[in-house]
Ligand binder design. Structure first.
Ligand code: PAF
Length: 280
């Protein structure tokens, strides 16, 4: 695996490969890699000639500076995992390399409704920061395909919108959420859970599964409320448990029995904010 720190060098290298007709797949990450990331690398391998990943803990997408400071950094282990998974190129830029213009006063993206609901509402500015860094990365790497995990359901929708409005040519491929044996969605944040919350954390996915099992056409408020009550009783602090139209993310209070749905959760387990979702 070749590691690049500078935009000029990686651009030059990838440009020559792309001139030779090689198809490139890109997996952007913030490091602290787990099997979920590795599954994206493996999937990229089956679809592309060259697999590129980036590790960059993007300061502009943290609405809470404390969360940024505590974000796990495991760079040596990450490099080892990427190498073993057969990643060909790693981009490892500094903040100065990515943001020579400074962190504030970035470009504003028109995300409309997507920025007003769920994580858009609970994490003001978060998706602007995600778009800002991913647009930069895509303009550096120019991948044919970018692979994203479904765990970040709203992020996938936001980035699809950004790619469309910025007229980028990259095709987004959304890959299934990887879970631990007990159902907890894999996340870089899981290592920060206390033992007690780690033991209870599978309840989040169980609540989403209960929503899927119990939901019936008509009013659906009670299934959401039951999930919230179970989580609160177990000591979690939910930001939201919602059911939305899987295509548009419109939050639903009633269901026609036909519309494809996604149940989404954002829950504080102590100091650690976990998200998960289930499409049905
Ligand atoms: O999902 C993430 O890890 C980040 O939001 C991303 C897409 C790498 C942008 O920093």
């Amino acid at each position: 695996m070749i590691v690049f720190k500078y935009i000029h060098d990686i651009s030059h290298y990838l440009h020559s490969l792309q001139q030779q007709g090689k198809k490139t797949g890109f997996v952007p990450t913030m490091g602290a890699l787990h099997q979920g990331h590795i599954s994206l690398i493996e999937s990229a391998h089956t679809k592309c000639d060259i697999v590129i990943s980036s590790i960059f803990v993007n300061p502009t997408q943290f609405n809470d500076p404390g969360d940024f400071d505590k974000y796990p950094i495991t760079i040596e282990k990450d490099i080892d995992m990427l190498e073993k998974a057969g990643c060909d190129v790693l981009f490892l830029p500094s903040v100065k390399e990515m943001y020579p213009e400074g962190l504030t006063d970035g470009k504003q993206y028109e995300l409309g409704y997507l920025e007003l609901v769920l994580d858009g509402a609970y994490r003001p500015g978060h998706f602007q920061g995600v778009c800002r860094v991913v647009e930069k990365l895509l303009r550096i790497v120019h991948p044919d395909k970018m692979l994203l995990g479904q765990k970040d359901y709203q992020q996938c929708m936001v980035l699809a919108k950004m790619v469309e409005t910025e007229r980028l040519k990259t095709i987004i491929i959304i890959c299934p959420t990887k879970r631990e044996a007990d159902g907890l969605a894999m996340s870089s944040r899981n290592v920060r859970l206390t033992n007690a919350f780690r033991a209870k954390a599978p309840l989040i996915y169980q609540c989403l599964q209960s929503i899927k099992k119990e939901i019936k056409p008509g009013d659906i408020s009670h299934v959401k409320q039951q999930a919230i009550e179970k989580l609160v009783a177990a000591g979690f602090k939910p930001d939201y448990i919602e059911v939305a139209n899987a295509q548009t993310l419109e939050l639903l209070h009633t269901w026609d029995g036909k519309t494809a749905l996604v149940a989404l959760a954002a829950v504080f387990a102590g100091e650690v904010r976990l998200i998960d979702n289930l499409v049905f």
